[in-house]
Design a protein around this ligand. Structure first.
Ligand SMILES: C[S@@+](CC[C@H](N)C(=O)[O-])C[C@H]1O[C@@H](n2cnc3c(N)ncnc32)[C@H](O)[C@@H]1O
Length: 432
C-alpha cells in the first residue's frame, strides 16, 4: 500500500528552488558514455553521462584554472571529462575496483605502439596457455579460480578457464604496472556481462542460463582492448588534458588526503537511497582482479559505503534506532524516517544512516575546498516502504543547515526514473 508523506513538522522551504528541465535518459545516463572515447572502457550502469558533466561545468561557469572535485568518482566520468576539457581535477573512491577503473582511465600517457606490441605478445602467450591448461586445472589449483562464493555460477568453466589464461598472459608479458593495468582494465570491461552468466537488468546483476551461448573469450577481450588502444592513439590524442588524480579513500573520513590545489567546483553523484550495492555489483571484478581475496571483504566494504545494505550491513540496521548525527539530519530526515518506521524499522534506520554519512562527507570535504566553492550533486529521489523520500530537496535543506556557508541556487529535476513512479533525478546546485 502506498502512503503519502504527511505534512512534516518542518516545511521543506527549498521546494521553491525546484525547476524542471528534462534531459532524455539516453543523454543523461551511462548510455551516452557507451560510445564516448575512454568513458566506454568500463560500463557502470549507475554512472552519469559525459554530457551531464559538461552541462554542470557550463552551469557553474567553469573555465581553465578551476579545480574540480568528485568525491564519489565511480567509473571516473567527471575526471575523464575534466581531463578532456583541460580542467584540473581530483577524486575520491572507496571501492577498489572502481578506484582501479578510474585511475587507469585517466592514465593517457601510454604509448600506443608499445600497447600494440604488448597486445600481440599477450595473444601469443594466451594461445600457449590455452593449450597447456585444461578445464580440470580449475580444480587442482593450477589455475586459480576467483575466490568469490560459488564461482561457477558466475562463469562457465570453459569461459573462466580462457579468461584466466588471458589474465596470466597479461601478467607475464606486461613490462610495467601501467601496461598491465591497461590490459587488466580491458579484461574488467568485458568480464560482466559479456563473459559471465549474468545480465545487467535495469541496474542490478541477475543470473541467467548461458549453457548454449557461443562465448568467444579471446575475440571479446581483443575487440575491447583494441578499441581502448584506438582511443589512446586517435581519439584522445587531441584532448586538452587537464591534470587529474584519484585517491582510494573513504570520502567520509575526518582526514582526507591533501590535494596540490583545493577544489572550487564539486561535481558528483553520491549513491542514491535505493539500496543499490556497488560492492555487490562489482564482486566478480573485485575477485577476478585479485583486489579481494576472501569472501568476507565484500561484505565488510559494503558496511563502509554510503547506501550499502547488503549482507551483515542489513542485520545491523534491523536492530535499535540509528540516531541523527547532527541538527540538520534531526530536522530534515527524522520526520521522514519516523513515518517509514511506522511500517519498517530497517528502512527507517537505513535512511538516517544514509543521510548521516552524506552529511559527514559534505562536512569533511570542506577541508579540500576553496572558500568560493560551488557544488553540483546529482541525486535521485526514492520511495521507501511506500513513503516518498524527496532526496533532492532534503539534501538541499541539509547543505544549507550544516553551517558551512552554502546557499542553494537551484534543484534542477533532469529526468524521471522508473517511469510511473514519479521519482526524479536532480542536480542540486549550491555555492558560498
Ligand atoms: C553514483 S556512483 C558515482 C558514479 C559516477 N558519477 C560515474 O559517472 O561513474 C557513487 C560512487 O560512490 C562510491 N562510494 C560510496 N560510498 C563511498 C564513500 N564512503 N567514500 C567514497 N566513495 C564512496 C561508490 O563506490 C560509487 O562508485
Amino acid at each position: 500500500m502506498i502512503t503519502h508523506t504527511k505534512q512534516l513538522p518542518l516545511d521543506f522551504i527549498k521546494q521553491d528552488k525546484v525547476t524542471y528541465n528534462h534531459i532524455p535518459s539516453k543523454k543523461a545516463t551511462f548510455k551516452a558514455g557507451l560510445d564516448a572515447p575512454v568513458h566506454r572502457w568500463f560500463r557502470l550502469t549507475p554512472s552519469y553521462s559525459p554530457d551531464l558533466v559538461g552541462e554542470m561545468l557550463n552551469t557553474m561557469d567553469s573555465s581553465t584554472g578551476d579545480v574540480v572535485l568528485d568525491p564519489f568518482s565511480g567509473a571516473g566520468t567527471t575526471l575523464i571529462e575534466c581531463q578532456i576539457n583541460g580542467i584540473d581535477s581530483f577524486g575520491f573512491e572507496i571501492n577498489p575496483l572502481l578506484y582501479f577503473v578510474g585511475k587507469t582511465s585517466i592514465n593517457w600517457g601510454l604509448d600506443s605502439k608499445t600497447l600494440r606490441k604488448v597486445f600481440s605478445d599477450i595473444e601469443k602467450k594466451y594461445l600457449e596457455f590455452d593449450k597447456t591448461y585444461s578445464d580440470g586445472d580449475l580444480d587442482n589449483g593450477l589455475l586459480v579460480v576467483p575466490p568469490i562464493y560459488n564461482p561457477f555460477r558466475w562463469w562457465r568453466r570453459d569461459v573462466i578457464k580462457k579468461a584466466l589464461c588471458i589474465k596470466l598472459a597479461i601478467k607475464e608479458v606486461s613490462q610495467t604496472r601501467e601496461i598491465e593495468d591497461f590490459f587488466m582494465l580491458s579484461m574488467a570491461g568485458v568480464l560482466v556481462p559479456d563473459l559471465s552468466n549474468v545480465t545487467l537488468g535495469k541496474l542490478q546483476l541477475h543470473f541467467i542460463e548461458r549453457d548454449d551461448d557461443i562465448i568467444n573469450v579471446w575475440d571479446i577481450f581483443s575487440n575491447h582492448a583494441l578499441m581502448m588502444i584506438d582511443d589512446i592513439e586517435k581519439n584522445i590524442a587531441l584532448a586538452n588534458s587537464g591534470k587529474s588524480h584519484l585517491y582510494h579513500v573513504d570520502a567520509t573520513i575526518e582526514n582526507l588526503p591533501s590535494p596540490k590545489k583545493k577544489a572550487n567546483l564539486v561535481i558528483t553523484s553520491p549513491p542514491y537511497a535505493n539500496r543499490y550495492s556497488y560492492v555487490w555489483n562489482t564482486r566478480p571484478h573485485l575477485y577476478f582482479l585479485d583486489l579481494f581475496d576472501t569472501p568476507r571483504q565484500a561484505a565488510d566494504l559494503d558496511k563502509k559505503t554510503i547506501g550499502g545494505t547488503w549482507g551483515s550491513a542489513t542485520s545491523i540496521l534491523q536492530k535499535g534506532v540509528v540516531a541523527p548525527e547532527n541538527e540538520a539530519i534531526k530536522e530534515v530526515v527524522l520526520p521522514v524516517a519516523n513515518e517509514i518506521r511506522e511500517v519498517d524499522n530497517l528502512m527507517a534506520n537505513y535512511l538516517v544512516k544514509y543521510f548521516n554519512m552524506l552529511s559527514r562527507q559534505i562536512i569533511t570535504m570542506n577541508q579540500v575546498l576553496q572558500p568560493q566553492a560551488k557544488l553540483a550533486y546529482v541525486i535521485g529521489c526514492s520511495r521507501l516502504k511506500g513513503v516518498y523520500v524527496e532526496t533532492d530537496v532534503m539534501l538541499a535543506e541539509i547543505i544549507e543547515r550544516l553551517g558551512l556557508g552554502f546557499k542553494i541556487d537551484a534543484i534542477e529535476r533532469i529526468r524521471k526514473r522508473n517511469s510511473g513512479k514519479n521519482l526524479h533525478e536532480s542536480i542540486v546546485y549550491a555555492q558560498r
